[in-house]
Design a protein around this ligand. Structure first.
Ligand SMILES: Cc1cc2nc3c(=O)[nH]c(=O)nc-3n(C[C@H](O)[C@H](O)[C@H](O)COP(=O)(O)OP(=O)(O)OC[C@H]3O[C@@H](n4cnc5c(N)ncnc54)[C@H](O)[C@@H]3O)c2cc1C
Length: 507
C-alpha cells in the first residue's frame, strides 16, 4: 500500500469524522483501530446543533437525524413532584437544528463509518499503533495486527485514540489535569416502575443526578448515575467492570425513585478525569478528541468537541500542501482554547450535578424540590430553554485571534472573521435560501454582495464555490471556511482575497 497523506489512529467519532473531512477535501487517508469490531456500547447520547451544522457538508446529518429523537421530552423528578420538559421546542435561532438531538454514540459511529465506506475508505479494525517516531519530518508508525507488524510512513498522523492516546505518549506531550473523585455507573436495564415510556427521566437526588435514557442497548432503559470513585486501575473514560445489581438498586433508592431493577443485561463503572494536552500538534503529529481533551459526561461535550476538532483539522491537512505554515499552526491556536472552555463548562456542570460538596447537595436535595412549582413556568419559556441548549452547543466558539481570520477594510455589521457563519435567510440567484444551505458542501464558499467585483471568480479552482447574494447590497466579500467559520471579510476590493485563499491553500 502506498503511503497515505494522513494516518488516523482510532475510529471513534473523532477519527471517523476526521477521516471523512480529510478525504472530502482531497487527501488520501487510512484509518486504523485496534478494536476487533466496530460495535461497542454507546457512551454519548446527545449531539448538539453546532455539531450537526459542522457535519452537514459531509452529507451525514440526514442519516443521523433519521436515527435520532429530535423532539425529546424529559421528566424531572424533584422529590415527590414530577415536572414535564419538552426539549424539542427549544426555539434556538439562526440554526437549521433548533432542537436537542438524542442519538446513541454507536449510531453516530455507524453512520460515519458507512459514509466512509461509500467513498471507498474502509476502516481497518484489529490494527493497533504500537510505536511512533518522526524521522526528519516524516512520521514512522509501527502498526500491529493479527497479520504481524507493518511500518507506515504517512505525511501526518492524527491521534484520535482516546484518553490513553499512544500518539500523545509517543509525542511526549504533557497531559494536564487530574482525576475526579466521582465515577459514573452505566447500566442497560428493565425496571419495575411506574415511569412514562420514551421519555428521559432525570432524578435529583441528594448524592447526584440520576438519568434514565429511553435509549438502552438491548434493554428499555440506559441508566447513568454518579457515585464516589472506587479504587482501580481501569482506563479512564472507558466502560470498565460490571456493577452488581445491588449497587445499581442502591443508586436508584438513594435518588428517591420508586423503581426496582428487574433485569440488567449490561453495566459498567467508568472512571473520570479532566485533562487537556499541552499541545495539540507536535510537528507532523496531531491530537484530536479525547486524546487531546477529556471531560466528565456532564453537559455532553466530549464527543461533540471531538467532532468539531476533526472538522477543524481535516480540511487543513488536505490543503496544507498549497498553504503557508499558518494553516496547520492554526489548529492548536484555535482548538486548544476552545477545548479549555468546554472543559470549564463540563467541570462546572459536573460540580452542580454530582459533587458531594454541601452546596450542590443542598441545591439538589432541598432547593430544587422547593422550586418545583415554579419550574414548569420557567421551563416553558422557549427563550430560557434555548439559551441553555445553545450554551451547550458551543456556537460561542470563535477564532477572532487566529492567523486565518482576516479583515480587509472597515466592517459595519455582520459576522466577523473567526465567527461561526449564522444561518440567515438570503436571496441567491433569484430565490430565497439560507446561508447554511448554500454552504452545505465541502470546500471554501465565497459570498459576494450584490455589487462586489471579484476578478478571482473566473479563476477559482475546485476548492472554492462562489455565490452571489442578491439581498446583500454593497460590494462586500465574505469567505467561509470548510468548518463553517468566516475566514475573510472585505467591504470592497478583492485584492486581499487572493492572499487569504493562498494562506489557507484554497487556490
Ligand atoms: C458515560 C459517558 C457519557 C457520555 N455522554 C456524552 C454525550 O452525551 N455527548 C458527548 O458529546 N460526549 C459524551 N461522552 C464523551 C464521549 O463518549 C467521548 O468524548 C467520545 O467517545 C470521544 O471520542 P473519540 O473518538 O475522541 O475517542 P474514543 O471514543 O475513546 O475512541 C478512541 C478509539 O481509538 C482506539 N485506539 C486507542 N488506542 C489505539 C491504538 N494504539 N491503535 C489503534 N487504535 C487505538 C480505540 O479502540 C477507540 O476505538 C460521554 C462519556 C461517558 C463516559
Amino acid at each position: 500500500m502506498s503511503a497515505p497523506d494522513v494516518l488516523v489512529v482510532g475510529a471513534g467519532p473523532t477519527g471517523l469524522t476526521l477521516a471523512l473531512q480529510t478525504h472530502e477535501h482531497g487527501a488520501t487517508v487510512r484509518v486504523v483501530d485496534r478494536r476487533s469490531e466496530a460495535f461497542r456500547r454507546s457512551r454519548a447520547m446527545i449531539v448538539h446543533s453546532r455539531t450537526l451544522e459542522c457535519l452537514r457538508p459531509l452529507g451525514v446529518t440526514a442519516a443521523l437525524l433519521e436515527r435520532a429523537d429530535r423532539s425529546p421530552r424529559a421528566q424531572l423528578h424533584l422529590g415527590s413532584r414530577v415536572v414535564d420538559v419538552s426539549l424539542g421546542e427549544a426555539a434556538m435561532r439562526s440554526t437549521p437544528y433548533p432542537h436537542l438531538t438524542m442519538v446513541r454514540q454507536a449510531d453516530v459511529e455507524e453512520v460515519l463509518e458507512d459514509a466512509l465506506l461509500r467513498r471507498g475508505v474502509e476502516v481497518e479494525w484489529g490494527v493497533g499503533l504500537d510505536a511512533l517516531d518522526v524521522v526528519g519530518e516524516r512520521p514512522r508508525a509501527t502498526l500491529t495486527s493479527a497479520g504481524g507488524h507493518e511500518l507506515a510512513t504517512p505525511r501526518y498522523v492524527v491521534g484520535c485514540d482516546g484518553p490513553a492516546s499512544s500518539v500523545r505518549n509517543a509525542a511526549g506531550i504533557a497531559w494536564d489535569g487530574g482525576a475526579y473523585r466521582q465515577e459514573i455507573v452505566l447500566a442497560d436495564l428493565e425496571l419495575e416502575a411506574d415511569l412514562m415510556p420514551d421519555v428521559l427521566h432525570v432524578v435529583a437526588g441528594r448524592t447526584g443526578l440520576l438519568f434514565l435514557f429511553a435509549l438502552g442497548e438491548g434493554a428499555t432503559w440506559r441508566l447513568l448515575g454518579t457515585r464516589p470513585a472506587r479504587d482501580g486501575d481501569q482506563p479512564f473514560g472507558q466502560p470498565g467492570e460490571a456493577v452488581p445489581v445491588a449497587d445499581v438498586q442502591a443508586l436508584i433508592d438513594d435518588a428517591g425513585l420508586e423503581a426496582q431493577v428487574r433485569e440488567m443485561p449490561w453495566s459498567a463503572q467508568v472512571r473520570l478525569q479532566h485533562r487537556v494536552a499541552r499541545e495539540f500538534r507536535h510537528g507532523p503529529l496531531f491530537l484530536a478528541g479525547d486524546a487531546a481533551h477529556t471531560h466528565s459526561p456532564a453537559a455532553a461535550q466530549g464527543m461533540n468537541t471531538g467532532i468539531i476538532d476533526a472538522v477543524n483539522l481535516g480540511w487543513k491537512l488536505a490543503y496544507a500542501d498549497h498553504a503557508g505554515p499558518a494553516l496547520l499552526d492554526s489548529y492548536d491556536h484555535e482548538r486548544r482554547p476552545a477545548a479549555r472552555q468546554a472543559l470549564a463548562l463540563t467541570h462546572t456542570v459536573f460540580f452542580a450535578e454530582a459533587s458531594t460538596h454541601p452546596l450542590p447537595q443542598l441545591l439538589r436535595g432541598r432547593m430544587l424540590p422547593l422550586l418545583a412549582p415554579l419550574l414548569p413556568v420557567m421551563l416553558r419559556q422557549p427563550r430560557a430553554m434555548a439559551a441553555v441548549i445553545t450554551l451547550l452547543s458551543q456556537p460561542w466558539v470563535r477564532y477572532p485571534g487566529s492567523a486565518l481570520s482576516v479583515t480587509d477594510g472597515f466592517l459595519a455589521r455582520g459576522p466577523r472573521p473567526g465567527d461561526r457563519l449564522p444561518d440567515r435567510v438570503v436571496t441567491c440567484a433569484g430565490r430565497q435560501t439560507r446561508l447554511h444551505d448554500l454552504t452545505a458542501s465541502p470546500g471554501v464558499h465565497l459570498l459576494l454582495a450584490r455589487d462586489a467585483e471579484c476578478a478571482e471568480l473566473d479563476r477559482l479552482g475546485p476548492r472554492v464555490t462562489g455565490h452571489r447574494i442578491d439581498s446583500w447590497p454593497g460590494t462586500g466579500i465574505t469567505a467561509v471556511r470548510p468548518d463553517g467559520h468566516v475566514g475573510f471579510r472585505s467591504a470592497r476590493s478583492a485584492g486581499a482575497l487572493t492572499a487569504w485563499l493562498e494562506l489557507v491553500g484554497a487556490t
